[in-house]
Design a protein around this ligand. Structure first.
Ligand SMILES: Nc1ncnc2c1ncn2[C@@H]1O[C@H](COP(=O)(O)OP(=O)(O)OP(=O)(O)O)[C@@H](O)[C@H]1O
Ligand SMILES: [Mg+2]
Length: 107
C-alpha cells in the first residue's frame, strides 16, 4: 500500500497543500521548521484514526483556523481509496472513507 496523494487544509503550518507522492521512498528537503515533519505527522494521524484523542487535536490545527482537514489517496493492489479526517476542536472529528462518513470511533 502507498499514499499517492496528500491534501491538507489548515493542518499545522499548511493553509492548503496538494502533494503528489511516488511509490517507494519519498524525500522531503527543506529548512528547519519548513514543515517536513508536519507532512509525516499528517499521514501518521490518518493511519491511526480510531485511536486519536480529541483533547490533543487543537495544536494540529493551523493557528487562527477553525478546523483542519487531512486527506490522502492510498493505493493498494491497484485500487485507490480516499481517506479523510476533519479535525474540529471541541467537537467530534469526522472521518470519511471514499466520501462516506464513518461512525464515531469507540473510546
Ligand atoms: N498549529 C500550527 N499552526 C501554525 N504553525 C504551526 C502549527 N504547528 C506547527 N507549526 C509550525 O510548523 C513548523 C514546524 O514544522 P516541522 O516540524 O514540520 O518542520 P521541519 O521541516 O520538520 O523542521 P526540522 O528540519 O527542524 O525538523 C514551525 O514553524 C511551527 O511554527
Ligand atoms: Mg522535522
Amino acid at each position: 500500500m502507498h499514499v499517492s496523494h496528500l491534501t491538507l487544509h489548515d493542518f499545522r503550518s499548511y493553509p492548503a497543500l496538494e502533494l503528489p507522492l511516488e511509490p517507494g521512498v519519498n524525500v522531503f528537503v527543506g529548512r528547519n521548521g519548513q514543515g517536513k515533519t508536519n507532512l509525516v505527522e499528517a499521514i501518521d494521524y490518518l493511519s491511526r484514526l480510531a485511536s486519536h484523542r480529541v483533547a490533543s487535536d487543537a495544536p494540529l490545527i493551523r493557528a487562527g483556523a477553525e478546523r483542519a482537514v487531512v486527506r490522502a489517496a492510498v493505493v493498494r493492489d491497484g485500487r485507490t481509496a480516499v481517506l479523510e479526517v476533519e479535525l474540529n476542536p471541541g467537537r467530534a472529528n469526522r472521518a470519511r472513507v471514499n466520501r462516506s462518513v464513518l461512525p464515531a470511533p469507540a473510546t
